[in-house]
Design a protein around this ligand. Structure first.
Ligand SMILES: *[C@@H]1O[C@H](CO)[C@@H](O)[C@H](O)[C@H]1NC(C)=O
Ligand SMILES: *[C@@H]1O[C@H](CO)[C@@H](O)[C@H](O)[C@H]1NC(C)=O
Ligand SMILES: *[C@@H]1O[C@H](CO)[C@@H](O)[C@H](O)[C@H]1NC(C)=O
Ligand SMILES: *[C@@H]1O[C@H](CO)[C@@H](O)[C@H](O)[C@H]1NC(C)=O
Length: 246
């Protein structure tokens, strides 16, 4: 059983939209190109550094560092909320794969991030890998050698301007980190002895810990990719996303 709620300031819903062309730093590919995926990967690699800096015209916020107001998860006996946190390091990630399934309207993107740093506020209570835990304060976490796979199901939507837009729906993430460090400050109402013991336990058992409470981190990371796709697809009509015209 898992309950996951996230709140992101995605402007897709509130921003007034007007059809735009692709930004000039994104070179479109042709849907008729038999090597479409290779073309998308090449041009995606070129565009990402620029996109991560944010592009207000397209509603893309600064994504490195990315600011996340709140993510929370309640799962297998623990409730954890992370607030006001940043994720830094996406600029060093390498795009490894970019695929579009035009029949099923599924977009899949794989990337490798050498290092991602999370830093912000947290609150948690419950049982972590069967140990009672409670805390509220600052946290930081570092993911190294992370391979991540993002996948989103899309749909078409017709807007008031009569044009058809691609609409990325929800997304799924798969992750394989080489090494993860997580540190929670002020555990057990600031009891240093208990807090240090718990942080050592977490350091030694990070894979188990991540299996239980990693979901909000994964959701938040996926949001970096998702925000780019949602915002661009919301501003640029479907046909304008490609170089072929029909
Ligand atoms: C998060 O930041 C907002 C705005 O800076 C602030 O109002 C709020 O109190 C902060 N929340 C936490 C939990 O620190
Ligand atoms: C990105 O990589 C450069 C060069 O290896 C390194 O100096 C820098 O600290 C990295 N930045 C982040 C945010 O990880
Ligand atoms: C994480 O927080 C702890 C405690 O405040 C601190 O000792 C450590 O240097 C922090 N790590 C990073 C990468 O900021
Ligand atoms: C996609 O849109 C169509 C028509 O609006 C709708 O019937 C269908 O349920 C949607 N598919 C998904 C996966 O949301």
């Amino acid at each position: 059983m898992s309950k996951l709620s996230i709140f992101f300031a995605v402007c897709a819903v509130v921003c007034q939209s007007e059809a735009l062309k692709l930004p000039d730093y994104i070179t479109p590919c042709s849907r008729k190109d038999p090597n479409f995926n290779e073309c998308a990967l090449k041009h995606g690699r070129e565009a990402i550094p620029r996109l991560l800096k944010g592009d207000p015209k397209y509603g893309v916020p600064v994504l490195d560092p990315m600011y996340v107001p709140e993510v929370s998860v309640e799962e297998s006996g623990i409730k954890i909320t992370a607030r006001n946190f940043t994720i830094e390091g996406a600029r060093n990630a390498t795009l490894q794969d970019f695929r579009v399934d035009f029949d099923k309207l599924i977009v899949s993107i794989q990337f490798m991030a050498p290092q991602l740093d999370f830093r912000g506020k947290y609150e948690l209570s419950g049982k972590l890998v069967s140990l009672p835990i409670i805390g509220k304060g600052d946290f930081n976490s570092t993911f190294r050698g992370l391979i991540a796979k993002y996948e989103t199901q899309c749909n078409f939507t017709k807007k008031a301007d009569g044009k058809t837009y691609l609409m990325p729906l929800d997304y799924e993430m798969e992750f394989e980190p080489e090494f993860v460090r997580i540190y929670f400050g002020n555990l057990f109402n600031g009891n240093k002895l208990l807090g240090d013991a718990m942080n050592s336990f977490i350091a030694e058992n990070w894979r188990l810990v991540l299996d239980q409470i990693g979901k909000p981190a994964y959701r938040a990371l996926g949001m970096i990719v998702h925000q780019i796709l949602v915002q661009v697809a919301n501003k640029v009509p479907y046909d304008e996303l490609f170089s072929d015209t029909d």
